[in-house]
Write a protein that binds this ligand. Structure first.
Ligand code: NAD
Length: 363
């Protein structure tokens, strides 16, 4: 209780939500009941942060390295909740197995929920909860890191100087100051990204189904798709993956972009049609591409395949371009974000255990 009162919970921006979260956590401790949670797709850092977050609860966590798929779902037998991550598969087949295994709660330890068949989950009576917000700075700052690295060829300079090559040929960049930066999805992360780009002296344009007043206050102009694509030097994607945003960046969109455009994707892989951007890179239409997410990342990202042949020819082709930088879904990976993800996940489970409801339920 003392930990909850005096420091285990990260401070949000304003003290009012902080007090509310602490009162909420105290109530959960008073009402506490324990849950057996099976945690899929875990790495050492997941164990560390989730175990720390669960220390003051009675929940029992079982960690599995394997992803949640139709062949691993039966391992959930004997548990109350499944804790899943971005590449775990929660389609109707898996949900059926989880339902038969007696699972009641699906606790996603991420913001996106595109990997869950929500109607199928609802039909089977699951509550699906997520972490709607955690350090938007982590992802926004990483998108800027990809942009700056690509723009100034830092990734190539790193290899060159270590090899004793101190030449500059081929490393020419451009000033970001004065360039037009387009933000697709101007929610929590897109807005933080826009603020950083504003600090660089960029012109800001936005593409979203809702306008964000904070973005407008720093000068962002909202445009329709065609105009947006035609005027942006840099496009950074921060929208969720939905049927409307699936392959938003396709052949048609690439054709309408400015020659030499830089595209950064830290949202979800399938927002980009990978074949279309490969064609754009080959023709020179796309000048630089930074991908932290990839539509077929499920079997590859978070794994060490350095001693194996990569069987995904599309990914292999992408990796050959000097002006493409791929990272494996790493944008969220900061101390602050992992702490907030773990604490919100455990709080979601505690809330469900105590009240059979949760404010972070995905509807
Ligand atoms: P958010 O809900 O705060 O913002 C999303 C924005 O996208 C909203 O403003 C929404 O109106 C907009 N949007 C929805 N449909 C759209 C459409 N058809 N066209 C244009 N805009 C549309 O979410 P957030 O916290 O900013 O996160 C954004 C996304 O970032 C998440 O959905 C997730 O996929 C991704 N993400 C990636 C990482 C990573 O590590 N790479 C980490 C966290 C989140």
């Amino acid at each position: 209780l003392a930990k909850v009162l005096f420091g285990a919970i990260p401070a949000p921006v304003s003290p009012v939500p902080l007090i509310l979260i602490r009162i909420h956590s105290i109530l959960l401790i008073l009402l506490r009941s324990s849950m057996k949670i099976i945690v899929y797709s875990t790495k050492p850092y997941d164990r560390e942060f989730l175990s720390a977050a669960a220390e003051s609860t009675d929940h029992r966590l079982a960690f599995l390295e394997t992803r949640l798929t139709s062949s691993t779902a039966m391992l959930a037998h004997g548990h109350d909740a499944v804790c899943a991550f971005v590449n775990d598969q929660l389609d109707s087949e898996v949900l059926e197995v989880l339902s038969q295994a007696g699972i009641k709660l699906i606790a996603l330890r991420c913001a996106g929920f595109n990997n869950v068949d929500l109607p199928a989950a609802k039909d089977r009576g699951f509550t699906v909860v997520r972490v709607p917000q955690y350090s938007p700075h982590a992802v926004a700052e990483f998108a800027v890191a990809l942009l700056l690295t690509l723009n100034r060829n830092v990734h190539r300079a790193y290899g060159r100087t270590r090899d004793g090559n101190f030449t500059l040929d081929g490393l020419l960049g451009f000033d970001l100051h004065g360039r037009t930066v387009g933000v697709v999805g101007t929610g929590k992360i897109g807005c933080e990204f826009a603020k950083i780009m504003h600090g660089f002296g960029c012109r800001l344009v936005g593409l979203d189904v809702h306008r964000n007043p904070t973005c407008e206050q720093i000068g962002m102009k909202y445009l329709e798709l065609e105009e947006f694509l035609g005027c942006t030097d840099v496009i950074s994607l921060h929208c969720p993956l939905t049927p409307q945003t699936h392959h938003l960046v396709d052949h048609h969109a690439v054709e309408r972009m400015k020659p030499g455009v830089t595209i950064i994707n830290t949202s979800r892989g399938a927002v980009v049609d990978t074949k279309a951007v490969i064609a754009g890179l080959k023709s020179g239409k796309i000048g630089r591409l930074g991908l932290d997410v990839y539509e077929e990342e499920g079997d590859v990202f978070f794994e060490d395949l350095s001693n194996r042949v990569i069987s995904d020819d599309t990914l292999s082709r992408l990796l050959t371009f000097p002006n493409v930088l791929i990272t494996s879904h790493q944008a969220f990976f900061t101390q602050e974000a992992l702490t907030q993800i773990a604490e919100t996940t455990i709080r979601n489970v505690s809330e469900f255990a105590a009240t059979a409801q949760c404010q972070n339920t995905v509807t």
